[in-house]
Ligand binder design. Sequence first.
Ligand SMILES: Nc1ncnc2c1ncn2[C@@H]1O[C@H](COP(=O)(O)OP(=O)(O)OP(=O)(O)O)[C@@H](O)[C@H]1O
Ligand SMILES: [Mg+2]
Length: 361
Amino acid sequence: MPEVRLEGLGKRYGNLTAVNNVHLTVHDGEYVTVLGPSGCGKTTLIRMIAGIIEPTEGKVYIDGRDMAGVPIEDRDIGYVFQNIALFPHLTVKDNVSYGPRARALPPEEQLRVSRRFLELVRLLDRMGMFPDELCGGEQQKAALARALASGSRLLLLDEPLSALDSRVRVDLRYELRRLAKELGLTTIHVTHDQEEAQSVSDRIVLMRAGAIVETGTPEELYARPKHIFTANFIGETNLLEGWVVEIRDGISVIELRNGGKVEVHQTDHSVGDAVVISVRPEFMYPADEGMRAVVRGITYMGTYWRVKAETEDDEEVDFDMATLDGNLLTIGKDVYLAVNPKAAVLYPRPEDGVEEAIRLE
Ligand SMILES: Nc1ncnc2c1ncn2[C@@H]1O[C@H](COP(=O)(O)OP(=O)(O)OP(=O)(O)O)[C@@H](O)[C@H]1O
Ligand SMILES: [Mg+2]
């Protein structure tokens, strides 16, 4: 049963720390995504799990077994590399049936398995072609089929969908999760796309600058992120600075730097504390009183309207409207904005400022 455990895992290149002190357990059958901005160490991390990169410090355990010195071919993993690595001299079919062949399945079983996964990635009609006859997206699908067909119970995917059109990418990510669950695979899926991470994961591991910021279910990281960085990186949010001016009945009243006052259902700060409120655009709305702002832009988003407004101290805030009918929101109009007190999250104001706290580096 593939459980992956990382203990104090780190990788340094000279002065540069690519991965720093990562502790993580991925449970048997769990689908975990490693999410984070470009350069935060995702590929380095997954390559250490695969045994392609040797850690500078720390340990990788697969099924409780210390992997130090165990080469990739002995770790029993299905791997999709970030830069797709198909065998150039083999056809698509032979690439995909590489694993089944290595496991010495009977030829008809090899064919059945590779057809199954090629069908899944909609590549059956390209079976006889060579990798350099495929476009980038098709190569990526072939690499995915090959990893799935490998028969390994541990799947390591490094940006497996990045070269695909958005429609195909969305379709395939659901297939991927469904299949991983159906086959009982343990999956570690690296992506920099937060929407992809949210839609496929049991749990998201959010990284920044080589370290884990926090881990949690997609719902936890969206609704109750522990860090401002997470609030900003996962989904969209408004970060508003202010001070706690009153606490009563489970509610903190915050006076915002831009002059408004809002209430938040959270009381783990004291009166006088400098705080930052994170509030998603869908939880902010025009009201009779609140934070004053001027509407600067209105964009139709398909199922809602995104309104951009500017507060009195020139901060931009975004809020969403399900409809504009009968609601005289127009560019240049003054509005008061209120915040859903249950959906806003309070943070202590970071010492080095909000900009620094959310910087992607
Ligand atoms: N072989 C190497 N030698 C020196 N530095 C390296 C090496 N490999 C990676 N790095 C550095 O380590 C950091 C992490 O790289 P990594 O490839 O793990 O990032 P990533 O999160 O996968 O980024 P992306 O989303 O762009 O793929 C980067 O700053 C990168 O430049
Ligand atoms: Mg990478």
